[in-house]
Design a protein around this ligand. Structure first.
Ligand code: ADP
Ligand code: 5GP
Length: 190
């Protein structure tokens, strides 16, 4: 395993927004596209945002040992990192950037501690998180409630990670993340 970066946060915490900006500044980084059995949101593209699979296809890949890690983040909704995705990024001589739920992030960090740097993106409060998820207009009521219910547990796990960045003012959060990434990349490649 080469070095890599892990981003984690509750759904709606701002990972996608922050990652899009960071990825555009560092060509040596490459976003690890996860597989998921959840349906695509409006505007999400298969093979760009996620590899969208049916639950049956996802489970077949688990059985076939095709995942580096996977989690059932919400009931009947699976998310995971395909080994083939890491190979794709390594073959390009780039550094993988993972967007993972807190459990997957914690497991990967513990397994490859000396190679990784983890960044937890923290919403200013559950109320603000709810407001942002509602404004994003991507979740129905059931999905919104699932995300908010899990967010409480996820926020409690923040101290497990190397850095905790509060995403209140976006520009401030972006600057802090940028500093961490720049610093990480400037240290010698393991
Ligand atoms: P995630 O990828 O973690 O689920 P998103 O990046 O989609 O989260 O962010 C959730 C919503 O909140 C999006 O609509 C995004 O535009 C908005 N958002 C993200 N960061 C901020 C911020 N600092 N201030 C206000 N809105 C934000
Ligand atoms: P969303 O449905 O909002 O895109 O993602 C829900 C949660 O799943 C987020 O916390 C996101 O970080 C997490 N997630 C996305 N891809 C993966 C993955 O490959 N593995 C794990 N463990 N979690 C993932």
């Amino acid at each position: 395993m080469n070095k890599f970066l892990i981003f984690t946060a509750p759904s709606g915490g701002g990972k996608t927004t922050i990652l899009k900006k960071i990825m555009s500044s560092y060509p040596q980084l490459n976003f690890s596209i996860s597989a998921t059995s959840r349906p695509p949101r409006n505007g999400e593209i298969n093979g760009k945002d996620y590899y969208f699979l049916s639950a049956k296809e996802f489970k077949a890949k688990i059985k076939n040992d095709e995942f580096l890690e996977w989690e059932e983040v919400y009931q009947d909704q699976f998310y995971g990192t395909l080994k083939s995705e890491i190979k794709r990024i390594n073959d390009n001589n780039q550094i993988p950037v993972f967007d993972l739920d807190v459990i997957g992030a914690h497991n990967l960090q513990e397994k490859y501690r000396e190679y990784s740097k983890s960044i937890f993106i923290k919403p200013p409060s559950i109320e603000v998180l709810k407001e942002r998820l509602i404004n994003r207009k991507t979740e129905d009521e059931e999905s919104l409630n699932k995300r908010l219910f899990r967010a409480k547990m996820e926020i409690e796990k923040a101290p497990c990670f190397d850095h905790v960045i509060v995403n209140d003012k976006l520009e401030v959060a972006l600057q802090s993340v940028d500093k961490i990434v720049e610093n990480y990349l400037s240290t010698s490649v393991l």
